[in-house]
Design a protein around this ligand. Structure first.
Ligand SMILES: [Zn+2]
Ligand SMILES: [Zn+2]
Ligand SMILES: [Zn+2]
Length: 255
């Protein structure tokens, strides 16, 4: 299995528009964060988690030949507004692409992108994305890859984390319900939301994320969805062993 981080930034991205703070002006490429998304490759299958607002840039920078399925965490703008770019893959693959999510995410996607969910895969047109919507509530084989949804709380809303093998991706989360901790045992890699140092109503702060990572005890934890307060070099020195900040372009190989 291979995981590629396409974006590791919070909703506004880093650098932010019209900000001249040290991180936004930094030359370190690890301080340049597009909006959150990862590609998971298993046995030649490509599962994309979220279609970030920066999807076009991400796929130009990290080319992948195809997308077999999309796993949506939730329907906030930073995680869905690249959906229209799927039309290019529909056209190249000559097929409709399945999209998975919880009920509220699918309802919102069907509303915002009503033109993209068509009844048939007969007519793949170059100008229109063509997706099918699938509710995921338990471990499901997606293109023969078992995927487990992990319900998470994100401020007032709910998101899904995803576990694939011993890899789990949990972005946009304030609290992990006890029943979901049970789904996160014996992980090799955990990816967890860590927005900034100060607490926030809909994301984990760095201290909260470290405490949760210590409870889950994955062999290695990577933090994502960072804002412009987090300086990759400086804040990395504050992290315990087996924890690190993800960055755009980071690639992980797993058994
Ligand atoms: Zn987000
Ligand atoms: Zn800034
Ligand atoms: Zn969100």
């Amino acid at each position: 299995m291979r995981v590629t981080f396409l974006g590791t930034g919070t909703s506004g991205g880093v650098p932010m528009i019209n900000c001249d703070c040290a991180v936004c002006r930094s030359d370190n490429p690890k301080n340049k964060r597009l909006r959150c998304s990862v590609m998971v490759e298993v046995d030649g299958k490509h599962l994309l988690i979220d279609t970030s607002m920066d999807m076009r840039q991400q796929f130009l920078r990290f080319p992948f030949p195809k997308i077999d399925a999309i796993l949506y965490t939730h329907a906030h703008a930073d995680h869905i507004f690249g959906l229209d770019e799927i039309r290019r893959f529909n056209y190249l693959q000559k097929e409709r692409i399945p999209a998975y999510g919880n009920r509220s995410t699918l309802e919102r996607l069907l509303k915002v992108f009503d033109y993209a969910f068509q009844d048939s895969d007969k007519d793949i047109l170059p100008g229109i994305p063509n997706l099918s919507a699938h509710l995921i509530e338990k471990t499901t084989e997606i293109k023969s890859v078992p995927v487990t949804p992990v319900p998470l709380l994100h401020g007032q809303g709910e998101t899904l984390g995803y576990r694939i093998g011993n890899f789990a991706y949990c972005t946009d989360v304030t609290k992990i319900p006890e029943s979901s901790f049970a789904l996160l045992k014996n992980l090799d890699i955990l990816v967890l939301d860590a927005l900034r140092e100060k607490p926030h109503p809909s994301h984990m702060s760095l201290d909260e994320a470290i405490a949760v990572a210590q409870k889950i005890e994955a062999k290695q934890t990577y933090f994502t969805h960072m804002n412009h307060i987090i300086d990759h070099e400086r804040h990395s020195r504050l992290l315990p062993e087996h924890m690190a900040f993800a960055y755009d372009g980071l690639r992980l190989e797993l058994e």
